[in-house]
Design a binder for this molecule. Sequence first.
Ligand SMILES: O=C(O)CCC(=O)C(=O)O
Ligand SMILES: [Fe+2]
Length: 259
Amino acid sequence: MKVLRNENNRGYSPVFDQILDPENQVDGDYKESFFIGIEDFKDDPHGDTPFYGPNLWPDSDVLPGWQATMENYHQEALRVCKTIAKLLALALDLEADYFDKPEILGNPIAVMRLVHYEGVSDPSKGIFGCGAHSDFGMMTLLGTDSVMGLQICKDKEAKPRKWEYVPSIKGAYIVNLGDLLERWSNGIFKSTLHRVLGNGQERYSIPFFVEPSHDCLVECLPTCQSENKPPKYPAIKCSTYLTQRYQQSHVDLSIYKQI
Ligand SMILES: O=C(O)CCC(=O)C(=O)O
Ligand SMILES: [Fe+2]
């Protein structure tokens, strides 16, 4: 298939391509999706930016105008996320534009994913639309349709976990905080643990994942540590962290070459 997901994580990702909670899932996620990211190469002198690269587009006679619509949505979603980042900065006692630096959201990794679910989930059998996880990066701007499916667990340490449905509100987005933000903020912001259950109806969602630049060193922010509260997490380069998380949760691309 011309647009099958490639090594830059662009294009079509089939059902079971990802498994987000292998401990509790028997199969992969019952979802198919399409990844669209940033193409810009201007800050890539060494080619060491695996999350930038050309997008894969279906032929324009198959879906006329689709590429322009998606590019426009990507641009606008990023603008919204940069505004939310200002609120996050203020909440952490940082200057409002703290995250606008070139190494952070000046050159972000921003991956938009168009997701389609079908089928009926059954947690007792380990079948999920999308297994329990928290998103990897800084924040996710999540657009959903009106079909219920998304659940969050407010207390990540609780055993057993208590899951609550998130109602979809027409015209509103859901914002999930990610694991890189939890690390940066030394746990002041907790990433949102969530999963998706299928109820037999088709369901569509558009998560827009925002991460800093490839080279950004994500280390405890100055305002989030003190003598009594030392950094809980070691510093890590954004691209190293994301690459690990993508590889751990996706099947190896070589399996598609054997088909
Ligand atoms: O479909 C949803 O509502 C959530 C999707 C999601 O959590 C993800 O793709 O990371
Ligand atoms: Fe997610």
